[in-house]
Design a protein around this ligand. Structure first.
Ligand code: SF4
Length: 179
């Protein structure tokens, strides 16, 4: 897995002051994609053990509320990439902080992202480790600068734990966000 950038003390992507990791690579084709460069899986730098340690140190700062994972698309990563992201999620929770993730896939399609059963299982585990997921493709016609934490109004800010409690039958929006 490659990553495009890491932002420490980020206040633009999620609630509070956060560490944001932008992974490289995306197979979606949102018209009007605002991240075209980062769609390339070779863009940026390889994610290594050193990268992980750097992020872990940033997350240890008591002023940091949690980790945000963006792209590219986190759910388009290979098996080891997904496992690396999951490791970070687990670490964040040992610190009683939270994980937000952005993906171009819709909640309804999360169980059919790949035909590889091992990778698909790892992807679902990663999703279940998140607290909030912003789902769906960016649609230029639905863009509004007033939307919080998303680019277009079709995208949903989903409370993952509460949605899993409903067995996925009902998508529960994160507090204060209409979907
Ligand atoms: S999911 Fe994000 S990176 Fe991928 S095509 Fe859509 S806007 Fe671009």
């Amino acid at each position: 897995m490659n990553y495009a950038k890491i932002r420490n003390f980020d206040i633009a992507n999620g609630e509070g002051v956060r560490v944001s990791l932008f992974v490289s690579g995306c197979t979606n084709s949102c018209p009007g994609c605002f991240n075209a460069e980062e769609k390339d899986f070779n863009y940026g730098k390889p994610y290594t053990g050193e990268t992980r340690e750097q992020i872990v140190q940033m997350l240890d700062n008591p002023n940091i509320s949690g980790l945000s994972i963006l792209g590219g698309d986190p759910l388009c990563q290979d098996y080891w990439g997904i496992l690396n992201l999951r490791y970070l999620c687990s670490y964040v929770h040992t610190k009683n902080k939270n994980v937000w993730m952005w993906t171009g896939f819709k909640w309804e399609d999360f169980t059919k992202i790949t035909t590889n059963p091992f990778l698909q299982g790892a992807i679902l585990n990663l999703i279940s480790e998140c607290d909030v997921v912003i789902d769906g493709p960016f649609i230029q016609e639905l863009y509004s600068p007033s939307l919080k934490w998303r680019g277009s109004s079709n995208q949903r800010v989903i409370d993952i734990k509460k949605t899993f409690e409903k067995m996925g039958n009902e998508i529960v929006p994160y507090v204060g966000i209409d979907i």
